[in-house]
Design a protein around this ligand. Sequence first.
Ligand code: AGP
Length: 605
Amino acid sequence: MCGIVGVTGNENAVEMLMNGLRRLEYRGYDSAGIYVNDQNGKDYLVKEKGRVADLAKAIGEDVHGSTGIAHTRWATHGQPSVANAHPQVSADGRFYLVHNGVIENYIELRDKYLQDVTFKSETDTEVVVQLIDYFVKHDNLTTLEAFRKVLYLVGDSSYGFLLMDREEPDTLFVAKNKSPLLVGVGNGFNVVCSDAIAMLNYTHDFIEMQDGEIMILTPEKVDIEDEEGHHITRLPFHVSMDASEADKGTYPHYMLKEIDDQPTVMRKLAQTYFNDDGQVTIDDELLADLQSADRLYIVAAGTSYHAGLVGERLFERLAAVPTEAHVSSEFAYNSPILSKHPFFIFLSQSGETADSREVLTEVNAKGYHSLTITNVQNSTLSREATYTMLLNAGPEIAVASTKAYTAQIAVEAIIAKALGEATQQVAAADFDLRHQLGLVANGIQALVDQKERFEAVAKDNFVDQRDAFYIGRGIDYAVSLEASLKLKEITYIHSEGVAAGELKHGPIALIESGTPVIGIITQERTASLTRSNLAETAARGSHIMTIVTKSLAKAHDDIILEDVDEMLTPLLTIIPAQLISYYTSLLKGLDVDKPRNLAKSVTVQ
Ligand code: AGP
């Protein structure tokens, strides 16, 4: 999940590469490096352990160039260190390589070809750059031929490679398989990046790369070759997003900005997917395909999977179609017996999650149809699915996903309503979703306007805690899983979302004096049951809190939410959990946007 950038043909290469790395730091932030060449025999390699800001401090005034590559790392092979940081360099200092992905057979290759090479790092990437050097010398190959030979040898490993050769100082050799990589076309220069937002300050025109392709970039041109070396022409696509959208502006953290973005995101979705007569509108072909399905399979990871659990209920209640949500890394290797006419829905903020892509590859191989709901235009899961629906939530940079979760649920509700109406389901016809999304937007606004209050809740109830539990029933249980994930990933507090009725079958053993237990209560049918389960934990010394919709609230309840339809309450109940996690992380002095051991967009399995 590293971030890689490259530039050829621009005197400000160092500045462009460093700005690109800052924008990609959400992809990995345990070490970083840069290599630039000034085309007059001078070149510079600088690597540092830690953040991009640490690398920036290490870059001397004299470092300059017009062609270069850079990398911010999420360690897969080898501890975070200067030696393991990228670019990795060949023994004689001729070749420089940055890499995003995992080379599965690097040990076999090293043992077969590179017994005499002294390695400076523990990385799989160094094996690749040493191999390129080996074949250039040993087999008298050109750099491109050696690069292609090594790509053949690493097989179906995941990689985004950017290679530079000191003897061809204005050329970037680029290759990808499974990892996201785009080429940006500039005026007299060209760039490469893991994500378009890295280079939106310099170009809005990008060429997508397909797996197995090699691109050779010089300042004037972009050559595309397929696996066999045949030349390919491909037109750039335009990314309309403004670069500033990827900035956090006056916000101290991306997470807080993205939490605050949610009311606008809800209103925008209501505009995008409803016509002027208030009719829900989705792609006709997609709708026809959904209608012919006898079962929907939602496949996703992490927060997106949690949004899928809510989607399961929305599709069953509004469209009366059997629906099951699956964790992609599990589905990839233990898929259930499928129905006769399955349809697959992939949820992915980044559109690049490797586990989900593994399933989609299998789904395509079996000829099934699929829809990807994503926040990234032209992402891999979008390109490879039959249909795409965009969240239009604006860039989500913080590792902890917030607005993508609520946007995914809203889009699932939109599709479920459209499908339900198309199949004459009364529940769907009676469900005024556009109006409800307006209520949701107001309800979220009312909550994000109470930041000080949630900061106090975090301070008084969470900062000093080792454990915390969110409990609920039905759709509230689905939210409690996401609420506890937010707490886990940015505060490092052990937290679990527990089906309230399950507590007494085991988890209640973890309750000690003062352990926070937060009850989510938005479903009339189960409200009193969840309250009794809360009381059972209080009897064992827990500190209970409640998140309740107004119509179900009692005098002693803690966090009261505006009333919205019971199917959409996850869009409100998650907000206090997001803000409590944010402030608990902040008050614990942790890095809210870049929590330890995590990265955004998990492109390795
Ligand atoms: C959520 O806060 C995490 N960043 C993580 O669980 C994330 O949801 C998961 O990796 C899936 O990512 P995707 O939506 O980009 O596929």
